[in-house]
Design a protein around this ligand. Sequence first.
Ligand code: CP
Length: 326
Amino acid sequence: MKTFLHGRDLIGDLDFSKEEVETVLDVAFNLKRKRALNEPHPYLRDKVLAMLFFFSSTRTRGSFEAGMAQLGGHAAFIESRTTQISHGDTAKEIGEIFGRYFDGIAIRHCDWDVGNAYLNYVASSSRVPVLNMQCEIFHPFQCLADLMTIIEKKGRDLRGKKMVVSWAYAESYSKPISVPQSLILQMPRFGLDVVLAHPPEFNLMPDIMDQAQSLAKKHKTSFEIVHDMDKAFKDADIIYAKSWGPLVHTADPKEGENITKQYSDWITDERRMKLAKEDAIYMHPLPADRNIEVMDAVIDGQQSVVYDEAENRLHVQKAVMSLTMG
Ligand code: CP
């Protein structure tokens, strides 16, 4: 177990080693147990987290805010449009100044080619940890919650289990690619065989794909790319199917919309779930476009673990905050 994570940032999924992620999970399971038993756990008494949002959120805001309160501290919700950022406050100033007010700075900034750089600029000027509440490249806390959920449902030995990370059709908006990218980086380290499924235009960033291939090789797991949703689902243990935009393929939103419309049959329905193993689980980070991206019968069905995933955001975030900000 790695016990010294004090002061560390978590911006990319690989910022923490496998052993450090195991420590986070260990602490998260303990915090989940304590909450179930109503045992107080004020590891961050008098500490304050800044939560700076450039993009909307339900789960991320709720779980970080509740988590800080349960740890005996406080979380300050800061909507970027209510700050002076648009009037000139730079990332350096946010890092310098918020680093002097707060004990941690959590940021969600998903703008293409901007968000991740912004987080790293803030981190380079901040004396306190910077935590990534989602950028355009990574969603590390979602991925930690997903890993915790998979361990709860499938056990600690995940070797030989097939996880499908699939694109799905949606109409609401062009969703970031950060969730599938985080999953293909983190899951091979824990022994899962990953199949990435998407129509050709929904490819992920080439350097992330290269890293995922290398990690799969290093950890002796497989990493396969297919362009057929049915083929991907066959005999899977874990189905993680969600939409993302063709953002690597085109920067033109209209072109992206036209491409997306061609693939409206990429939906997770009961027929497709039957292609997977009988005890396969269905995962989604939410929000989902119901009956477009996934049928109600699946997301509300016996195989769905989406609410456990959402709950586990709370426990893994409390673990990382306790370890880095304590
Ligand atoms: N899964 C997730 O990050 O949800 P929110 O966008 O609601 O925070």
